[in-house]
Design a protein around this ligand. Structure first.
Ligand SMILES: N[C@@H](CCC(=O)N[C@@H](CS)C(=O)NCC(=O)O)C(=O)O
Length: 316
């Protein structure tokens, strides 16, 4: 991680833990918002107006948080508005690296080798982990936001006045319901699988494991009435948040993170739901199973010899 702008120590996936061995994720530090007129968003400062070609997204295809921003960028047809760089799937001793691995790219903007160098361009004394996603402002040469929850929310509406795209992943009428689901899904499933995988006590692992499967059971039974998406007929933010974890589950979380009561493919409604989402081209284009497997199984503390399992194929 970076301390006062200097890279220190070897990369360790366990960001922090509490006194009972629970994995604790770092909070994001750049929280500005792109808005239609540059006025401030819910957090941070103003000055980030939606303009063609002004912004850049840094992602990792292994990463569920980065992938949700990629999905929204595609669904909202923002590819020509927001350019993209993709890091390699392996976690190096200096964190995320750009390069030639298939599906990755170089840093088109700054020709940096490591993502942490992009962080120190934005804040030369930055202390913290250099995480993806990063939304970058080319005009002011700084970081707008590194919190995917903010990024998907802002991409859903900041450019609506200039693009012809009517998809709304966060309709007013559903906002309360979406917020409730977000909290539940984040804590118990999206981050729940990481809490199981990175637990450092049996207690913390079992607690997280039960949260993961209680949540999957709850979703399986909700889908029993035949609804195509979690909140009914239309896809919302909740579906995107679920998809990124479900698509990684059988390939990575079941084995590496020990979330092994059952596979998603063994849950009939959930696997139909996953297939339905995966059939949407804009979503499918963001999934790279090679990056997912190589990336997760390169985490040395969980898999010291770095052997990548052959199976399973994509579950959908
Ligand atoms: N709150 C962040 C979390 C992002 C995050 O933890 N990303 C992971 C990859 S899945 C990362 O970049 N980790 C690098 C590290 O911890 O050094 C978000 O949702 O945007």
């Amino acid at each position: 991680m970076l301390v006062n702008g200097q890279w220190v120590d070897k990369w360790d996936p366990v960001q922090a833990k509490d006194d009972q061995g629970r994995f604790v994720r770092q909070t994001s530090s750049f929280r500005h918002w792109i808005t239609p007129d540059g006025s401030p968003g819910p957090t941070g400062n103003g000055g980030y107006q939606a303009e063609a070609g002004r912004y850049h997204l840094y992602v990792a295809l292994i990463c569920p948080w980065a992938s949700r921003t990629l999905i929204v960028r595609k669904l909202k047809k923002l590819e020509s508005w927001i350019s993209l760089s993709v890091v390699e799937p392996f976690l190096t001793e200096q964190g995320w690296r750009f390069g030639d691995f298939q599906g990755a790219t170089h840093d088109h903007l700054h020709q940096k080798q490591y993502l942490h160098e992009v962080y120190t361009m934005a804040a030369s004394d930055f202390t913290g982990r250099a995480t993806v996603p990063v939304l970058w402002d080319k005009k002011n040469q700084t970081m707008v936001n590194n919190e995917s929850a903010d990024i998907i929310r802002m991409l859903n509406q900041a450019f609506d006045h200039v693009i012809d795209n009517k998809i709304n992943l966060y309709p007013d009428a559903l906002s309360d319901e979406i917020e409730q689901w977000n909290q539940d899904i984040y804590q118990n499933l999206n981050n729940g699988v990481y809490r199981a995988g990175f637990a450092t006590t049996q207690f913390a692992y079992e607690e997280a494991y039960h949260h993961v499967f209680d949540t999957l059971d709850k979703i399986e039974s909700r889908l029993h009435d035949g609804r195509p998406f979690i909140h009914g007929a239309s896809m919302t933010e909740t579906d995107i948040r679920l998809f990124v974890t479900l698509i990684r589950f059988d390939a990575a979380y079941y084995g590496l993170f020990k979330c092994n009561r059952n596979l998603i493919v063994q849950m009939p409604k959930l696997s139909e739901y996953l297939k339905r989402l995966y059939a949407i081209p804009e979503i499918q284009e963001t999934v790279n199973l090679t990056h997912i497997k190589q990336g997760y199984y390169s985490m040395q503390s969980l898999n010291p010899n770095g052997i990548v399992p052959i199976g399973p194929d994509l579950v959908v």
